[in-house]
Design a protein around this ligand. Structure first.
Ligand code: GUN
Length: 266
């Protein structure tokens, strides 16, 4: 991507510009936003990170989004989630100009995804499919189980796996016998946000395991995923580590989405 972006000033007069809005100081969000700025620098994308205190009003935040929408030199807008409780997340996401929605969270992008129409794909699900393909995993006809049904990961990754012709089951906190369901998985995607929630007995031998979780291990204090990596790694055919797996891939896809938004209409 860096090589591609290096050609843009001569072709288009400038490089892509990503604006990131961070509200508050949630440590996870601060670390994501720092990672996004660092990746932007590596790729040659201009990054503006706007940091606002947690007590910003919704109207003030919507004003910032409106300013970025109107700025012809801003190509991508990302509002880091979660937002403080007094702010309506859906309203803020819907306020982002659909063509600048690098997260693919705008309702029109979500609708397009579910109707198989061209759209900006959400970064984490897009990265997961890319990783599976890069690792040579056949998806068509396979049993895929997604644990978690969030708008950010669970639901869109289930849709993308369906589009790749997997047989997809979406499991969640109310699933009756979760282990029975996850053991069916040839491809297991876990995105529930609970440290080491998936144990070795819940995974079939030879499964492909994608761990989307980013948690603090309550025992060691270190970062860990939603799956017990040490116990499952010997059993799985392929598994993503935390940190170092899905997270960096997500950021790569964000860079790619920013470039796509920049190039659209050029
Ligand atoms: N919070 C956790 N993941 C994401 C993401 O992909 N985008 C945004 N904006 N916020 C997040």
């Amino acid at each position: 991507m860096a090589a591609e972006v290096a050609t843009f000033p001569a072709k288009y007069g400038r490089v892509p510009h990503l604006a990131v809005i961070l509200v508050g100081e949630d440590p996870g969000s601060v670390s994501y936003v720092t990672g996004k700025a660092k990746a932007s620098a590596e790729v040659g994308i201009r990054n503006t990170t706007i940091r606002k205190p947690a007590d910003i009003t919704e109207v003030e935040l919507l004003d910032i989004v409106a300013g970025l929408n109107a700025d012809p030199e801003v190509d991508g807008i990302l509002v880091q989630l979660p937002l403080p409780k007094h702010i309506n997340e859906e309203r803020v996401i819907a306020a982002i100009n659909k063509t600048k929605d690098v997260d693919g969270f705008h309702p029109l992008n979500v609708a397009a995804l579910w109707q198989k129409q061209p759209c900006t794909l959400p970064c984490t699900p897009k990265g997961i499919i890319k990783m599976l393909k890069a690792a040579g995993v056949d998806i068509a006809g396979r049993e895929a189980v997604v644990v978690g049904r969030s708008n950010i990961v669970g639901l869109p990754v289930a849709k993308l796996l369906l589009d790749e012709n997997a047989t997809v089951t979406v499991a969640h906190s109310r699933t009756r016998d979760l282990g029975e369901v996850t053991r069916r998985a040839e491809i297991l995607v876990v995105a529930i946000g609970r440290p080491k929630f998936v144990t070795a007995d819940m995974v079939a031998a030879g499964a492909v395991v994608i761990d989307v979780g980013v948690n603090r291990d309550p025992e060691s204090g270190k970062l860990c995923g939603d799956v017990d990596f040490a116990a499952i790694e010997p059993k799985a055919s392929v598994i993503t580590p935390v940190p170092g797996g899905v997270g960096p891939m997500t950021i790569c896809c964000l860079m790619e989405n920013t470039i796509e938004c920049f190039l659209r209409g050029r």
